[in-house]
Design a protein around this ligand. Structure first.
Ligand SMILES: *[C@@H]1O[C@H](CO)[C@@H](O)[C@H](O)[C@H]1NC(C)=O
Ligand SMILES: *[C@@H]1O[C@H](CO)[C@@H](O)[C@H](O)[C@H]1NC(C)=O
Length: 293
């Protein structure tokens, strides 16, 4: 058996193959990317890092956060929400920086009685100011299976998507004097907690603790296209070198006409609250970004 290489070169080659496989998209795991931050054992990483579960009982909820900080990114996570009677519970999944003028991009899932719809609540904070809520019902049961919730955050826009369908676009309106999140790195956070003072029908329906523990599950995190912040600088290494000619196309991505149609479909059929149409709330006039189409 003639070997084409000395054993040390063969081993090196093999190691390179293993290393490049391990750093490719398919090999992400929750141990590498996240830290459980609170909940005293109620948050668990399972299946060799493929699955993370949060739970909530009367004594405490639980939560985790990303090890990395990101300054822009296209970030996907699959979630399966608390099934059955989830009234009073909130599953929050968001990006946030810190300090008193923080930026934040939020998905919050407000539970409900069995068979009644969750509300998907979204918000964007820039420099500590939010008040930009939009809320939606979903077109499927988010507790029956995993679905993908994505945030595209680039310097021009923030797009919230569900299973690839855009539900909300928040455009950069700095030209109108509206601050846009673009200089503070954010971490990914998630938590499951009790908010029965406001979450379900405005706080009318309380958490039924006989159903505890409540559990939400996470899998298939993907931040291959994101700029990771480290000691004062950001690197946007793209892992998709093989598949696309411009791995950083997401940094200027916008909605194409098909996606705009989908966004309209969601907004006309599933949107239940939009701060931009809540004139009563803004007697001095709607926020300036609301006039952008
Ligand atoms: C927030 O502050 C801490 C220390 O004060 C820092 O380590 C962390 O990276 C900051 N940023 C985020 C997004 O958490
Ligand atoms: C819960 O169900 C009720 C009745 O269908 C609905 O009005 C409400 O928006 C639902 N969601 C929440 C979080 O209250």
């Amino acid at each position: 058996m003639a070997s084409p290489c000395t054993s040390s070169i063969c081993i090196t080659t093999l190691l390179l193959v293993v290393v490049s496989w391990a750093t490719s998209a398919s090999a992400r795991n929750f141990y590498q990317d996240f830290d459980v931050t609170w909940g005293d054992g109620r948050a668990q990483i399972l299946n060799n890092g493929d699955l993370l579960t949060l739970s909530l009982d009367k004594a405490s909820g639980s939560g985790f956060q990303s090890k990395n900080e990101y300054l822009f990114g296209k970030i996907d996570m699959q979630l399966k929400l608390v099934p059955g009677n989830s009234a009073g519970t909130v599953t929050a999944y968001y990006l946030s920086s810190n300090g008193s003028t923080w930026d934040e991009i939020d998905f919050e899932f407000l539970g409900n009685l069995s068979g009644d719809p969750y509300i998907l609540h979204t918000n964007v904070f820039s420099q500590g100011k939010g008040n930009r809520e939009q809320q939606f019902y979903l077109w499927f049961d988010p507790t029956a299976d995993f679905h993908t919730y994505s945030i595209l955050w680039n310097p021009q826009r923030i797009i919230f998507s569900v299973d690839g369908t855009p539900i909300r676009e928040f455009k950069n309106a700095e030209s109108m004097g509206v601050p846009f999140p673009k200089s503070q790195p954010m971490r990914i956070f998630s938590s499951l907690w009790n908010a029965d003072d406001w979450a379900t029908r405005g706080g009318l329906v309380k958490t039924d603790w006989t159903q505890a523990p409540f559990t939400a599950s996470y899998r298939n995190f993907n931040a291959d296209n994101a700029c990771v912040w480290s000691s004062g600088s950001s690197s946007c290494a793209s892992s998709s070198s093989s598949s696309s000619s411009d791995g950083n196309a997401w940094l200027s991505e916008e909605l194409d006409s098909t996606s705009q149609e989908k966004l309209k479909w969601v907004q006309s059929n599933y949107m239940i609250y939009n701060y931009c149409t809540d004139a009563k709330r803004f007697p001095q006039g709607l926020p300036p970004e609301c006039t952008m189409s």
